[in-house]
Design a binder for this molecule. Structure first.
Ligand SMILES: *[C@@H]1O[C@H](CO)[C@@H](O)[C@H](O)[C@H]1NC(C)=O
Length: 234
């Protein structure tokens, strides 16, 4: 497209027009320009910080690195343990036996996160520590058909965020807390294996029933070689 000389020429013309095509910039004289070197304070803009974004640099670091001033959300005191993070989407990949867990940072200083995974009424298993930029982690080794509870914990120098007790209120209400339920559907392979297993068992049972039936009916016709006993395998 751009190979066409006509288009290239058009582009060149439009670019050469750009510097002049600024009808909204008021033309100011030299003196006025000098006056305007003292700018009024810019309206404060929020920093490009998203508490739910994976690998999100802490807002304070954005503020330090930013050439223009920007605003960060307020945080609780670093002398207090962080508020609980909010669990987001939990995507289960049943075939791989894993789940991808997302969360959002609390309005608190956080040094690290980790996941807690509890199967049924068992003891919770603690995942590896994740740095404060992380908002997404994988849970591996989930059993097909398993039912789990997953919680996100945030920690800083003053302690760690609270986790609702097993079977407590936090797990029943709307999912705005640090925990959520996670059900792994039985994998298709498991279903196939189960079907094959049940089918084999049924076939063996029918064979056994048939053999038994014929041996009973033709009691004396049933081959009974007591020396080798081939029927024992059935
Ligand atoms: C935090 O952890 C993530 C994932 O492991 C990694 O990519 C990132 O570089 C780490 N950031 C820092 C500041 O250590």
């Amino acid at each position: 497209m751009l190979g066409s000389p006509g288009l290239l020429w058009l582009l060149a013309v439009s670019f050469s027009l750009v510097p002049r095509a600024q009808p909204f910039t008021p033309q100011v004289s030299e003196e006025e320009e000098e006056d305007e070197t003292v700018w009024p304070p810019l309206p404060a803009v929020p920093c490009d910080y998203d508490r739910c974004r994976h690998l999100q640099v802490p807002c304070q670091e954005l503020q330090r690195a930013s050439p223009t001033a920007c605003l960060c959300p307020g945080l609780s005191s670093p002398a207090q343990p962080p508020d609980p993070p909010r669990l987001g989407e939990v995507r289960v990949v049943a075939e791989a036996g894993l789940a991808v867990v997302h969360w959002c940072a609390p309005s608190s200083p956080v040094h690290q996160y980790w996941l807690l995974l509890r199967e049924g009424s068992g003891a919770p298993q603690k995942g590896p520590p994740l740095n404060s930029t992380v908002r997404r982690a994988e849970l591996k080794g989930l059993k097909p058909g398993g039912a789990y509870v997953v919680c996100v914990v945030a920690a800083n120098g003053a302690g760690e965020s609270s986790v609702p007790k097993a079977g407590g209120e936090g797990l029943k209400g709307p999912a705005f807390g640090p925990c959520g339920r996670l059900a792994v559907p039985p994998s298709p392979q498991t279903l196939v294996h189960a079907a094959v297993g049940v089918g084999t068992a049924l076939a063996l049972l029918s064979c056994a029933a048939l053999v038994w039936h014929f041996c009973l009916r033709q009691r004396w016709g049933c081959p009974r070689r007591t020396a080798t006993r081939p029927a024992a395998g059935l």
